[in-house]
Design a protein around this ligand. Structure first.
Ligand code: ADP
Ligand code: MG
Length: 347
């Protein structure tokens, strides 16, 4: 399945252009980005756009292999080299020979394995566990990480020499919240994919849902959006997808500016109002020793949270939400418009 990297934001356009520019070479690439930002998709596009496209693309999640098995997974082993090694086994390097080896979560590799990996890359050869001879291997390495490898180097958990080997070209996968303009087209493309798959005829999202999707902070990035849309398609009947197809609490959190407070107020991500992980709405205790507090700002945050919660409870019906808050329909329309959520129309 070859999916495209979707998006019309400048960062995504630049990224696609950079991919096409580096694909023809066999240079090693390091992709940095939060989970769900499309790092594997980027790696596949580099592979598929270059001269190795008809060769193997072998993805490895370095964080998912138990430490005592990594070497044999990567380089293979000879029969009898350890208990359980009942036959010769080919490693991932060999499987990727001539093509691309995608080392996902490379920051999770134990330091000992990092040394062996560096040697394999430098010498373009591997030695199987329990074997004596070396085998020539020619692979392009694309590595990815959601960790800050440079601070890993400072802490001694990541080898600097390996870092420089992998980081010949560096690509950044931008978080979705930094390119909110792409949310709508991504959501629509996922809607199409999942409704085809589920054999549903859905016309699209209502305006309020689109506004809420765009306002959300997407800590899980495109993967989270994909899941939210799959869920919505599953729950929706034919027609337009409304607020009630969003996950519980989603709307409230989104309208609160994505602010979820931690249980311990000291760890709160925002000094302002927010919704805690249990769905409770919280206000910080006023502390004027740190300077003045803008009452209008605090009230604005409270307004967003309560409007979001009321709309969520009312299934997106503005008239009902207004009643829940003891305000008029005109007033809720005005307030939502002020927040950029209401584009007019609808109840
Ligand atoms: N720009 C994008 N356009 C379309 N789909 C995307 C995009 N970025 C990510 N995805 C999808 O989101 C999911 C997570 O992407 P993935 O590459 O596995 O992220 P990561 O490896 O960074 O965690 C995949 O299903 C992928 O197809
Ligand atoms: Mg991944």
């Amino acid at each position: 399945m070859n999916r495209e990297i979707l998006g019309t934001s400048q960062v995504i356009r630049d990224l696609r252009e950079m991919i096409l520019r580096i694909a023809p070479s066999k240079t090693n690439v390091l992709i940095i980005g939060e989970s769900g930002t499309g790092k594997e998709l980027i790696a596949r596009m580099i592979h598929n756009s270059g001269p190795l496209k008809d060769e193997a693309f072998v993805p490895v999640n370095c964080g998912a292999i138990p430490e005592n098995l990594i070497e044999s997974e990567m380089f293979g082993h000879k029969r009898g080299s350890f208990t359980g090694a009942v036959g010769d086994k080919k490693g991932l390097f060999e499987a990727a020979n001539g093509g691309t080896l995608f080392l996902d979560e490379v920051g999770e590799l134990p330091v000992g394995m990092q040394v062996k990996l560096l040697r394999a890359i430098q010498e373009k050869a591997i030695r199987k566990v329990g074997g004596n001879e070396t085998h020539k291997i020619d692979v392009r390495i694309i590595a990815a990480t959601n960790r800050d490898l440079e601070s890993g180097i400072a802490k001694g958990t990541f080898r600097e020499d390996l870092y420089y080997r992998l980081n010949v070209i560096q690509l950044k996968a931008p978080p979705l919240r930094e390119r909110r303009g792409d949310v709508r087209m991504l959501a629509e493309s996922f809607l199409q994919r999942f409704s085809e798959r589920q054999g549903k005829r859905l016309e699209g999202f209502d305006q309020l849902v689109l506004a809420v999707l765009e306002a959300y902070s997407w800590p899980g990035n495109v993967r989270e959006l994909e899941n939210v849309i799959e869920r919505a398609v599953t729950l929706a009947s034919d027609g337009v997808i409304g607020v009630s197809a969003l996950p519980p609490g989603f709307m409230t959190v989104s309208m609160a500016g994505g602010v979820i407070l931690e249980k311990n107020p000291a760890d709160a991500k925002s000094p302002g109002a927010g919704v805690d992980a249990g769905g409770e709405i919280r206000l910080p205790a006023p502390d004027f020793s740190k300077g003045p507090i803008e009452l209008e700002t605090v009230l604005g945050e409270v307004e967003r949270i309560y409007l979001g919660a009321a709309l969520e409870y009312a299934g997106g019906v503005r008239k009902k939400a207004a009643t829940l808050l003891g305000i008029t329909f005109r007033s809720i329309r005005y307030r939502l418009k002020k927040l950029g959520v209401d584009e007019g129309g609808g109840e």
